[in-house]
Write a protein that binds this ligand. Structure first.
Ligand SMILES: Nc1nc2c(c(=O)[nH]1)N[C@H]1C(S)=C(S)[C@@H](COP(=O)(O)O)O[C@H]1N2
Ligand SMILES: [Mo]
Length: 201
């Protein structure tokens, strides 16, 4: 058996935790970047939320770290069909950031954008309720640059292209506005359990 998982040592193919059409990447963590990995230090990094909010705001690294820490332990699923089980990210819940800016009632969607210019769109409802994070650590270590360090968006219940690396901000909108992959044929929402890979799925 050559497909095994580190700590269980058993393959996961028909596992109920595996969305349709996905395979278990085991200990591998592929890097998928449309851009060159930026040389972004914590001092260079900032995170902003603006658009349809009462109090637009930018957080520095230290200001973001002053918010309550929140962790995700669970699975991630890339549209190219790899999934990883039981990963652990540490960071701050997006609820903490959104609570500070107070989204207006008309805000229904967000565009997340990276310090590199990458964009991806999400329904605001997918960013609230303890299901989305700004992640700073992976497995207890600082997030590596190739995986989005010093900070990435993490929305693990959607395909991983929604989890923008080198996250710079969110703009809240009253409509859906396709991001980089979504303009190139990928699905507006990207729910792996419904196999929403491409627009029309
Ligand atoms: N800024 C940025 N974020 C990005 C991407 C990218 O190309 N640029 N790729 C997305 C895709 S398609 C996936 S699967 C994951 C890959 O994250 P990883 O390289 O840490 O595995 O990041 C997502 N976030
Ligand atoms: Mo992906």
């Amino acid at each position: 058996m050559n497909v095994t998982r580190g700590f269980t040592g058993r393959p996961r193919v028909d596992d109920p935790g595996l969305p349709p059409g996905q395979y278990d990447a085991g200990d591998d963590w592929p890097v998928l970047s449309a851009e060159v990995t930026p040389d972004l230090t914590p001092a260079d990094w900032s995170f902003r939320i603006d658009g349809l909010v009462d109090a637009p705001r930018t957080w520095s690294w230290d200001e973001a770290h002053a918010l309550p820490a929140s962790a995700y332990q669970g699975d991630i699923h890339c549209v190219t069909s790899w999934s990883k089980f039981g990963v652990r990210f540490g960071g701050v819940s997006l609820d903490a950031f959104l609570g500070a800016v107070r989204p207006q009632a008309s805000a229904t969607h967000a565009v997340a954008y990276s310090h590199t210019g990458y964009t991806t769109n999400l329904p605001l409802a997918d960013l609230t309720g303890g299901r989305a994070w700004i992640a700073f650590t992976y497995g207890g270590e600082p997030l590596s640059a190739e995986h989005g360090g010093p900070a990435r968006l993490l929305v693990p219940h959607l395909y991983f292209w929604k989890s923008a690396k080198w996250i710079a901000g969110l703009r809240l909108l009253d409509h859906d506005e396709p991001g980089f992959w979504e303009q190139n044929g990928y699905h507006a929402r990207g729910n792996p359990w419904e196999e929403q890979r491409y627009s029309g799925d």
